[in-house]
Design a protein around this ligand. Structure first.
Ligand code: ADP
Ligand code: ZN
Ligand code: ZN
Length: 743
C-alpha cells in the first residue's frame, strides 16, 4: 500500500494540477479521481463535494496525486473541499482500508459508514461550542428537605435520585432523562442544590476512589498495567459479578493519568445507561461521550468531534463507535465480547470486536476482551497463547456466592400452564421473603403458534418462512422477522373450524398465568414489546431497583449486565429447543444466555437459586451449568467443533444471495461456485437454502467457503470477488459475509 501521507509523483506524465482520489458512498470498489487545484497532502482525510453523475456527492479524500489513469480531458474538478472540521486522521483511513479489504466491501461505503450522518451531508458543519456543562450536587442539596417535592413531580424526583447516586449529572444526560429536566435543574440551581460547572477537557482528572481490589482483580490489573503501552489482546474471563467493571475503571484511571483516551465498546444500548452512570460517578470531571445509534444527529456529531479532538477521554459506545477517530487512544475495552450484536448483519458485515483487535494492534495499544462466557473463538485464542488470559473466579462483593442451579425434570414433575410445581413453590417462598424472582423465556408474545385443532393448520407469515406469533392483548398475529401484522382470524382459513388455539408459551402468556396464580404479586414483563416506549426500559429498571416489582418475566434483554440486588430466584422455561438445533453455534449461545440469566440471582447478600425446567436434565450443557463450569463445556464444544471442522478450527465466508425466486438465487450461487478456484486449502461447498429460507418476501440461499488458513481464505476471496462483480445479477442481491455468525 502506498503511503498516503505523501503526494504521489508520476514522472512520466505531464505535471497537471493535483488529482484527489475520493471515496464515495457508492457500491463500487474504486476511488474516483477529480481535479483539485488547491489540494495538498494536508487535505487527505478531508471531506469533499464532487459532481457524480448529475448530482453533487460528499466523499472523503483518500489520496492526493499528480497523475490519474483517467485522461485529463475527462477529469472533472471537485466542487469544494470542506474545512469545517479537521481531516480524518490517517490511522482511521487505514482502519477503513483494512475493513474494506478484509470484508471485501467498497471502500467508499466503509468510509461513509464510519462518519456520523451530519458529516455525510453536503452542508458544512456549523460547530456550536462544545463546552459541556454538568450539574454537581451540593452539600445544601444533600441536606435539603427533598420530601417537600410532591411524588407526582417525577422529573425532579428522578433527577434527585440520580444526583444522590452519582453526585453529578451532565446536561446531555439530563436531557435524555426528560425534555423537562434542564428546566428542573435550573430550579435546583436557584435553590442552591446543584452547581453548574463546565467540564474542561483539559482539567485535571479526578477519580473518585472505588472499593479495594481483591487479589484476583489486583493481579489482572497489574498484568495489564505492566504492558499498558503495547499491543496485547487480553481475555478477562471473570464470572458474573466478579468485578470486571472495577478492573476496567482502574485501567481507565491509569490512562487518564497519561492523558490518553479509552474506547469502551458495549454490545447493546440497553446496557449503556447503567454503565454510563457508573463511569460518570467514578470520573466526575472527565469528559465522557456516549456513541450509539439512538443519539440524534447533533448529539452524535458533537460526541464524535470531542473524541476526534482528543477532548473526550472516555468513549463509551456500541459497535459503530469502533470507527471513532481517537488521536490519543491508549486502550480499548470490549465488554461482553461474545455478544452477537458486535457483528453487523447488513451492509458492511463487520465484527466490531475483531475490528477493535485490529485497531489495537495497528495503534499498538492493549485491548481487553471481557466476558463471563467468552466466545469459543476468543477462548481458543487464549488457551493457545495468542491472547493472554486473566481470570476472576469469585464474586467481588463479600458473601455473594454463585446461585445453586437445579433442573426440574418436566417429564416427572407436574406442570400447569407451563409452570412446574417446584417452580411455583419456589416462587411462593420468594414472595414470602419479599425477594424478587425472574422467569426467563426467550419468546415474546402470548404464544409462538396459532393452531387449528381439527386440521393442524398453523398461522404462518406469507413473506417469511416462519410462524406468526400470537399477541393476544392486541388481538393480532405478528411476524417477529419482518414485522408483518394481521388480525386474529375467527376461524381456520383451511377448514373453517372455529377451534383455533394459541399453542405454547410466550412472555405475555406466562405473565397472564402468573397474574392468575399470584394475584397479589407485582408482576412486570420485560421484552421488546413492553420496553418499546422511550425511557420505558429505564423506568422499569428503576421500579425493579426500588423494589416495586416482585416477579419479572422477561426475554434475553434481562439477561445482560444488570445487577438486581434483591433477586434471589431465576426460573428458566423452554430452553430445550436450542439443545438440538442444526446451528452449530446454538449450544454455545444457549449456554452463554443461561449463564448470564443465572448470574442475575444472588448478586448481593442473598443466596440465589436457579431452576431450569427441562426434559433433558442429563444433558452435558445443564451439567456444566449446575457446576458453573464454563471451561469443561467450552473444551467439550471445542472438541466437537474440531471433529466437525467448524470455527475456530476453520475460517469461513458465506456468499449470500436473495431473490424473489429461489432458483434465481441458487443459479447465481452455482455460477459463483463455478468461478471459484477451489484448492486443497480452500473448500467451496454447494449452494443451499438459508436456515431462514424466506424473509420479507425474498428467497434466501448461500454458499459456504472455508479454509484452515485465514490468509488462504482471504487470498481466495480477493480473487473470487473480482469475478463475482462481473456476474450478471438479474433480480438477485448478493453479499459476502466474512466470519458469518448466522446461516
Ligand atoms: P462483572 O462486571 O464482573 O459482572 P461488576 O463489575 O458489575 O461485575 O461487579 C459486581 C459488583 O461487585 C458491583 O456491585 C461492584 O461494585 C462490586 N465490586 C467490584 N469489585 C469489588 C471489590 N474489590 N470489593 C467490593 N465490591 C466490589
Ligand atoms: Zn383447520
Ligand atoms: Zn414475516
Amino acid at each position: 500500500m502506498l503511503s498516503n501521507s505523501i503526494v504521489q509523483i508520476c514522472p512520466n506524465i505531464f505535471p497537471i494540477m493535483p488529482i484527489i482520489r475520493v471515496a464515495l458512498d457508492v457500491p463500487v470498489a474504486t476511488l474516483f479521481d477529480y481535479l483539485a487545484s488547491d489540494a495538498t497532502a494536508q487535505d487527505i482525510g478531508a471531506r469533499v463535494q464532487v459532481p457524480f453523475g448529475r448530482k453533487l456527492m460528499t466523499g472523503v479524500i483518500m489520496e492526493v496525486s499528480a497523475c490519474s489513469s483517467v485522461s485529463p480531458g475527462k477529469l472533472k474538478p471537485a466542487a469544494h473541499i470542506f474545512h469545517d472540521v479537521p481531516p480524518l486522521p490517517l490511522a482511521l483511513l487505514d482502519l477503513c482500508r483494512f475493513c474494506s479489504d478484509y470484508y471485501h466491501h467498497p471502500l467508499g461505503e466503509v468510509m461513509m459508514n464510519a462518519l456520523p450522518g451530519r458529516l455525510r451531508s453536503s452542508k458544512p458543519l456549523v460547530q456550536k461550542s462544545t463546552t459541556t456543562f454538568q450539574f454537581c450536587f451540593t452539600d445544601a442539596g444533600r441536606a435539603a428537605d427533598t420530601a417537600s417535592i410532591p411524588a407526582r413531580n417525577i422529573v425532579q424526583n428522578h433527577l434527585l435520585a440520580r444526583l444522590r447516586e452519582s453526585g453529578v449529572i451532565s446536561h446531555e444526560e439530563a436531557k435524555q432523562l426528560s425534555p423537562r429536566a434542564p428546566k428542573a435543574l435550573q430550579k435546583f440551581v436557584t435553590l442552591g442544590w446543584v452547581k453548574e460547572v463546565p467540564i474542561h477537557p483539559a482539567s485535571v482528572t479526578k477519580a473518585v476512589s472505588g472499593p479495594a481490589l481483591n487479589t484476583e482483580q489486583q493481579s489482572a490489573l497489574a498484568a495489564i498495567a505492566a504492558d499498558i503501552s503495547e499491543f496485547n489482546a487480553w481475555l478477562l474471563h471473570g464470572i458474573t459479578g466478579s468485578g470486571k467493571t472495577e478492573v476496567y475503571l482502574r485501567l481507565i484511571t491509569l490512562l487518564l493519568l497519561q492523558g490518553r483516551q479509552t474506547l469502551v465498546l458495549v454490545p447493546e444500548i440497553s446496557l449503556t445507561p447503567q454503565l454510563e452512570a457508573v463511569f460518570r460517578a467514578r470520573f466526575p470531571t472527565t469528559l465522557l461521550v456516549c456513541l450509539h445509534s439512538r443519539l440524534n444527529a447533533s448529539e452524535r456529531v458533537n460526541g464524535w468531534l470531542q473524541a476526534q479532538q482528543g477532548e473526550a477521554k472516555i468513549i463509551l459506545g456500541t459497535r459503530l463507535a469502533v470507527f471513532t477517530p481517537l488521536p490519543k487512544l491508549g486502550l480499548i475495552i470490549v465488554d461482553e465480547e461474545q455478544d452477537g450484536s458486535f457483528k453487523q448483519q447488513d451492509g458492511l458485515r463487520y465484527s466490531a470486536r475483531d475490528v477493535a483487535i485490529f485497531r489495537a494492534r495497528q495503534t499498538n495499544v492493549p485491548v481487553v476482551l471481557g466476558s463471563a462466557t467468552p466466545s469459543l473463538e476468543s477462548y481458543y485464542n487464549a488457551i493457545n497463547g495468542r491472547y493472554r488470559m486473566l481470570r476472576l473466579s469469585s464474586r467481588a462483593v463479600k458473601n455473594a456466592v454463585l446461585p445453586t442451579v437445579h433442573c426440574v425434570d418436566t417429564r416427572a414433575a407436574k406442570s400447569k400452564d407451563g409452570l412446574s410445581q417446584p417452580l411455583i413453590m419456589a416462587l411462593e417462598k420468594c414472595l414470602a421473603r419479599n425477594q424478587q424472582s425472574l422467569i426467563f423465556l426467550n419468546r415474546r408474545g402470548y404464544a409462538p403458534v396459532l393452531l387449528c385443532k381439527s386440521c393442524a393448520w398453523t398461522a404462518t407469515c406469507h413473506r417469511c418462512a416462519s410462524r406468526l406469533v400470537v399477541h393476544l392483548r392486541e388481538k393480532q398475529l405478528r411476524c417477529h422477522h419482518c414485522g408483518h401484522q394481521e388480525r386474529f382470524p375467527s376461524a381456520c382459513p383451511e377448514c373453517g373450524d372455529q377451534d383455533i388455539v394459541p399453542f405454547g408459551h410466550g412472555t405475555q402468556r406466562v405473565e397472564a398465568v402468573l397474574t392468575e396464580r399470584f394475584p397479589d404479586a407485582r408482576i412486570l414483563r420485560i421484552d421488546r414489546d413492553s420496553t418499546r416506549l422511550k425511557d420505558g426500559w429505564e423506568r422499569m429498571l428503576k421500579d425493579i431497583y426500588e423494589q416495586r416489582v416482585d416477579i419479572l418475566v422477561g426475554t434475553q434483554i434481562l439477561a445482560k449486565g444488570h445487577d438486581f440486588p434483591n433477586l434471589s430466584l431465576v426460573g428458566i422455561l423452554n430452553s430445550d429447543a436450542s439443545l438440538f438445533s442444526t446451528d452449530f453455534r446454538a449450544a454455545e449461545r444457549l449456554f452463554v444466555q443461561l449463564m448470564q440469566v443465572a448470574g442475575r440471582a444472588g448478586r448481593a447478600n442473598i443466596a440465589g437459586e436457579v431452576l431450569i425446567q427441562t426434559e433433558f436434565p442429563d444433558h452435558p450443557l445443564y451439567h456444566a451449568l449446575r457446576r458453573h463450569d464454563y471451561d469443561t463445556l467450552a473444551q467439550m464444544l471445542l472438541t466437537e467443533r474440531k471433529m466437525a471442522g467448524f470455527p475456530p478450527f476453520v475460517y469461513q465466508a458465506l456468499l449470500r444471495a436473495e431473490a424473489p425466486q429461489i432458483n434465481a438465487a441458487l443459479d447465481f450461487l452455482a455460477s459463483a461456485a463455478a468461478m471459484a478456484e477451489s484448492s486443497r486449502e480452500v473448500e467451496v461447498f454447494d449452494p443451499v437454502p438459508a436456515q431462514m429460507a424466506r424473509l420479507k418476501g425474498l428467497e434466501r440461499a448461500h454458499l459456504l467457503v472455508q479454509s484452515g488458513s485465514r490468509k488462504k481464505l482471504q487470498e481466495f476471496l480477493t480473487a473470487w470477488h473480482t469475478k463475482l462483480v462481473t456476474l450478471p445479477v438479474r433480480k438477485v442481491r448478493w453479499a459476502l459475509d466474512v466470519d458469518p455468525q448466522e446461516f
